[in-house]
Design a protein around this ligand. Structure first.
Ligand SMILES: [Zn+2]
Ligand SMILES: [Zn+2]
Length: 266
């Protein structure tokens, strides 16, 4: 069962490849499921290098649905979206999510107290902050995101490690808090392999998070966070062996916002 639920398109302004290019690459790599999940228009910045504009969103939806139909005999395509959580604009976010027939919504936090902390252009700030406080604040916001009930998947749950800045501390308590809220809101989390392609050199989330999630019975899905057709499924062998190591034999897929668990061996 090969599933990649986190793939970006040229719509977002920092990825390469038409939706058709992505679909063809996934078919060629032997995927049975492909979830296209580009960045939803951001509500906290107009920077067009970070997401599509609100006017483009209907075209994105239309094109994914078109490809879903065109390639239905070869691959199951799902219409996803990566929606940021930003507490002050939550009504706008909810409205955008509800206006389109998404199969699933990846919930992401990229923005904490005015800082887009995963943007390489803003990376220097890591040198000036208290890392431990920042990580704890991030996990509090991630928990808040889960509590809104608007999202299906906790995306790249320990994203702050992207550039390799990590406090020397165990975050087990914070993980339990976040995962408890995910469980209450019927969410799964994503094993995201893009961390392997950044200085973090590690899958998101780290092993101790996966261990706690597995112990709590929280389902998992897989995403490459590809920003070009070649990166679809990159690092998945490692991800799959990690899942088996932690006792996962099923993976979450979605249709019309309903989760479906399928065997890794099917
Ligand atoms: Zn992106
Ligand atoms: Zn993201």
């Amino acid at each position: 069962m090969l599933v990649d639920y986190h793939v970006h398109t040229h719509f977002c302004g920092h990825a390469r490849g038409s939706i058709e290019d992505l679909v063809l690459s996934a078919i060629q790599k032997g995927f049975s499921h492909l979830g296209i999940a580009d960045h939803m228009p951001l509500t906290y910045t107009d920077d067009r290098a970070l997401s599509m504009s609100p006017e483009e969103l209907p075209f994105y939806v239309e094109q994914v649905l078109e490809m879903k139909e065109k390639y239905a005999g070869e691959i199951s395509i799902r219409l996803g979206i990566e929606a940021d959580y930003e507490p002050h604009t939550i009504d706008k976010i909810e409205k955008m999510i509800d206006s389109h027939p998404f199969d699933y919504v990846l919930g992401s936090v990229h923005f904490v107290d005015g800082w887009i902390f995963d943007d390489p252009r803003q990376m220097d700030k890591y040198e000036r902050i208290n890392l431990e406080e920042f990580y704890l604040r991030y996990y509090r916001i991630l928990k808040e995101m889960a509590e809104t009930g608007l999202y299906d998947i906790l995306s790249h749950p320990d994203l702050p490690k992207k550039f390799g800045y990590r406090p020397n501390r165990d975050f087990g308590d914070a993980y339990r808090e976040v995962l408890g809220s995910a469980l209450e809101n019927d969410m799964c989390y994503e094993l995201n392999t893009s961390g392997l392609r950044w200085p973090a050199s590690e899958i998101y989330p780290e092993n101790s998070f996966i261990g706690i999630a597995s112990e709590l019975g929280i389902p998992v899905t897989l995403g490459s966070d590809a920003h070009c057709p070649e990166d679809i499924g990159s690092g998945f062998e490692r991800a799959e062996s990690l899942l088996r190591e932690y006792g996962y034999c099923k993976i979450a897929t979605f249709e019309k916002r309903r989760m479906n668990l399928v065997s890794l061996d099917s």
